[in-house]
Design a protein around this ligand. Sequence first.
Ligand code: Z2T
Length: 818
Amino acid sequence: MEKPLFTLDKEEFRKEVVHHLRTTLGTSEIKASKQAWWMATCVTINHMLFERLTSTQQTHLKKDTRAVHYFSAEFLMGRLTANNLHNLGLYKVCEEALKDLDLDLADLCEEEPDMALGNGGLGRLAACFIDSLATLGYPALGYGLHYEHGLFRQEIRDGRQVERPDSWREYGNPWEICRPESVQDIPLYGYVETVFGDDCKVRKVWRPGRVIKGVPWDIPIVGFGAQTVNILRLWESRASDFFDWDVFNHGGYVDSQKEKAEAETISKVLYPNDETEAGKELRLIQQYFFCACSLKDIMRRYKRTHTDFKAFAPQIAIQLNDTHPTVAIPELMRELIDEEGLEWQEAWDICTKVFSYTNHTLLPEALETWPVYLFERVLPRHLEIIYEINARFLKNEVDAKWPGNNDIKRKLSIIDEGNPRRVRMANLCVITSHKVNGVAEIHSKLVKEDLFPEFNELWPDKFCNVTNGVTPRRWLLSCNQELADLFTETVGTAWPLNLDALRAVNKFADDPAFQKKFMDIKQHNKQKLVKVIKAETGIDVSAEAIFDIQIKRLHEYKRQQLNLLHIMVLYRRLLLNPDYDMHPRVFIFGSKAAPGYRVAKDIIYAINKVGERINNDPRIKDKLKVVFMPNYRVSLAEKLIPAADVSEQISTAGYEASGTGNMKLAMNGAITIGTLDGANIEIAEEVGEDNCVIFGLTVEQVKELKARGYNPWDYYYANPEIKAALDWLDTDYFTPGHPGELQSIKKALLDYGDTYLTLADFAAYDEAHKRVDSLYRDKARWAKMAIINAASVGKFNSDRSIEDYIRQIWHLEKCDIA
Ligand code: Z2T
């Protein structure tokens, strides 16, 4: 840090915590609960944080800075206490102050519920990005939805996932500030009227059927070093003030309550699907609601310093995090034309300069389309605008380039002319945005070549890559403090800002003394995890075993079933040969399945049942254990990742856009066992092929095999171990008294064609694990690999991703805060 911002010492900190405990929390030292102590600590932190928030916001206003507005339906923030303390440079002070009160800071941090307003990688990426933007001193706002219930809490009952509501703000949240002065009214439904104006112009007027109120909640985002504090602004829906009080007064009390409840439904709950679209009206309304609120907010701020729209595009960048916020495009067109009186072309020029779009997946089931009839009912004016954008695009761009080619027109049209007709959000994004990016090199290449080849021909300069990253402040400094201290001791204090500085650690990779320090820390992290595993699952595991971890959403393309199949094969080898030579291994899973995704839920069940049988089989001794950690979430990831020896990144090549867990695990010294997919390819480049274990079909080989005609039965009959493991699933061996309960897994891998080539990659995966086993036995070799991994992943700092966005897409300047 350049200069200490806060000179507060531990005595002052302690006094302030006690003061807030009494005056803000209304309790006292003798009877305060941990929760109250945690709250009092947060209020103390806020005292300092708000000062920086105010000076940042005033400076941005005064300097009239260009800013990026990150539109995202998800921000997976996790907990904020430790992170805010680290970024403010107050962690140690706070820790000591609390120690004097006989309190343990880490223990108090456990009181904070996770802010789980996201499904997985996409939402967590947004959280890392706003951390990096603040850290680097860029003016930025995050805009999203203030869900009352975040991603469901997962319970495991009898091996099966059960979804329970998540209520992260049930007892209040100290980090959010309500801003009633910035509420917005958002229209919905109704019809469009054509009117003849005083200026003799015909214009369109939307006569909405309903109006909803949007209430903003601000979460301050502290950059590391606390120079800049940006804002994450999340919108909550309420019944508007136009609320029908007449109905209310005429005895319609119950009806009016129903309207109120409907309005509040909009921001009630996060949709729990990670890569499939439910196509529900409420979801479209959620998307429109937060985009319209955010655009009005941007407009309000802009108008404080401008009287026309000439400076709009130079001042405003809007990043669309996947297609979820696409409806912001026709909404900005509508505002500029219908409400501000701009001509079509002026409005369109602004939109094409302001918007850019990030694609996060190639999976066809994730590409959002909305039935035209639904769009027309909810957003009639927006549909008209989309038709006009489409007509101009097809005529001026497509027909100009491919005259008379109706096939290409059909393919590139924003409207899918099927039955029912649908609006293709991705096409609208690509047509409008000045830049479209993928999230890892290979993914960006496939976006160009496979997903949007014609668009790429039309506008080759539009497409680019920004490889994802993760913030080393949360994913190393805060979650693995012992390793962070070792790194600081070894290379100095610069690394949390410049992760490449850790390259200097590489020269100690062969040094036995350093190896010992490094591996002692890993061992200690494993011992801490052993306790968590025992507390959460009742399972005893040994920290001497290899901790092999697969943590991510459950999806067939991520292939948790490949991991499970391999575990079953190992189990069988151990049963057939009790002396089968392998280092003890603990396979640890953490994963939520979308509630409607049957096979995914069956895989969770199978992991639990197979695990139960293996963990309780005395013949296995402790050579093999399987742990399914319930309710995987950010705060659990922070405990699992520092304890990992092996990182499972085993998606079918071509399907994982990037992955970000792969980066966090490598950063904490885990060895990747992975396919050449997503960012694994770039990780392998950075750490070297010798320091990770790559296996399996490449993207080209996957395409070839699929083109040739893949038949999973060939692998079933050719490999007796695969056959035995799959046939095992037909029996009641893992589900005593209930034969066939695990059959859906076998069916997916054989009868339904094994879409993700699990069996085709099995043999290579097995070989890769044998390599892991033999590498681990060479303690010095393993330590060296682990050190090189942690020291070589500087590229995957989200600060680097942000600088890439700045240079290629946003063109922002840093802003010094007084
Ligand atoms: C998601 O987490 C991702 C992609 C999605 O496509 C949706 C969700 Cl919720 C619509 C993930 C990718 O699967 C992952 O590879 C990537 O690292 C992450 O987004 C961030 O880009």
